[in-house]
Design a protein around this ligand. Structure first.
Ligand SMILES: NC(=O)c1ccc[n+]([C@@H]2O[C@H](COP(=O)([O-])OP(=O)(O)OC[C@H]3O[C@@H](n4cnc5c(N)ncnc54)[C@H](O)[C@@H]3O)[C@@H](O)[C@H]2O)c1
Length: 319
């Protein structure tokens, strides 16, 4: 049987796209990387820079620039093209511009015969991932938004710091919109298998008063803390994206909170939303329907509603 090559295309080679490519190369995740940007010189410069490091890495990876016609045999295409919010703008303010950019990218990619997985990073990511799903006509399992994968990592960092444990020993999800309305179902948060509520209750002297609402706010604001200091964010999201890619390429069945189409899960329909999902070579294999309290579910519904209103704005463009 012929040995299949693995190829990942990165569309948009700005701060986020080039960091995704760097993370792919340094971790040696695939055989080929295709870099595409409307600014061809930028894509070429990034590809050259990456190639120059291969000598010192653990494997040779083919890194090329190209066009959407070269995407037909890609396994995964990461979309990071977009206009990051300007100071004072929210992620939602970039919606119309991002939608136009997606039309110029997804339509020619589908003409190339692409039948793999899209991973969408461009903001506002939940709405844009839904738009890419609609434009592409691919099955829902093949279109994934990075959603609250990064927010959840940030949340786990905060909880890890409070408890003085490795954040990877914390199980916690931020869910809903990758934006201001995201919520945390605290009732399922555990540290080493112990409910975080119990950890806080049993260690009052060491931990003091833990303000759960303030932690959600810190998680939501964490991106802006980076943005306000360096003008943008890219390493964290690149690592989250490559975590998602590895779960798919290596058939890991790993659970990561991503933005995926809900069709009845948590009582939601026709909305892309950050929820824990099992990822393997089929893409999103299954949404993990954690049990939330009534209050948590109601906050999740409010967040999903904000995404839905904006999805409807783009539905006009699909007619
Ligand atoms: N989901 C997340 O958690 C997360 C985190 C960080 C950034 N982002 C988003 O990622 C996107 C990119 O951010 P960035 O900091 O890399 O921005 P950037 O400006 O550095 O890069 C964007 C790149 O997209 C390219 N581009 C623009 N229009 C294009 C088109 N029509 N076709 C091909 N390429 C095109 C630009 O030339 C540029 O190189 C933004 O939407 C930003 O909001 C998402």
């Amino acid at each position: 049987m012929a040995i299949q090559k693995t190829k990942i295309a990165v569309v948009g080679c700005g701060f986020v796209g080039s960091s995704v490519a760097f993370s792919l190369v340094t971790q040696g995740v695939c055989d080929e990387i295709l870099m595409i940007d409307i600014n061809k010189e930028r894509a070429y410069g990034e590809a050259l820079d990456l190639k120059h490091g291969i000598e010192y890495l653990n494997r040779n990876i083919k890194i090329e620039t190209g066009t959407y016609e070269d995407c037909g045999d890609a396994n995964i295409i990461v979309i990071t093209a977009g206009a990051p919010p300007k100071p004072g703008q929210s992620r939602l303010d970039t919606l119309e511009m991002s939608a136009k950019i997606m039309e110029s990218i997804v339509n020619p990619i589908m003409k190339s015969g692409f039948n793999g997985h899209f991973i969408v990073i461009s903001n506002p990511v939940d709405i844009i991932a839904h738009y890419v799903y609609k434009l592409s006509g691919l099955p829902k399992s093949h279109v994934i938004g990075t959603g609250t994968s990064l927010d959840s990592a940030r949340l786990k960092n905060f909880i890890g710091e409070i408890c003085k444990v490795d954040p990877r020993s914390v199980q916690a999800y931020s869910m809903g919109e990758h934006g201001d309305s995201q919520m945390v179902p605290w009732s399922v948060v555990t540290v080493g298998g112990k409910s975080f509520y119990d950890v806080v209750r049993d260690n009052k002297e060491r931990l003091g008063n833990v303000d759960f609402d303030a932690l959600v706010k810190e998680t939501t604001q964490a991106g802006w803390e980076v943005f306000n200091r360096k003008g943008t964010t890219y390493y964290g999201i690149a690592c989250a994206c490559v975590g998602i890619i590895k779960a798919i390429m290596y058939d890991e069945n790993r659970i990561i909170p991503v933005s995926t189409l809900l069709e009845g899960e948590f009582g939601q329909h026709d909305v892309f939303c950050g929820v824990p999902a099992i990822l393997n070579r089929t893409g999103v294999k299954e949404v993990v329907e954690i049990h939330m309290s009534e209050d948590e579910l109601s906050r999740f519904e409010k967040s999903a509603q904000i995404i839905k209103i904006n999805i409807e704005k783009l539905n006009e463009r699909l007619k």
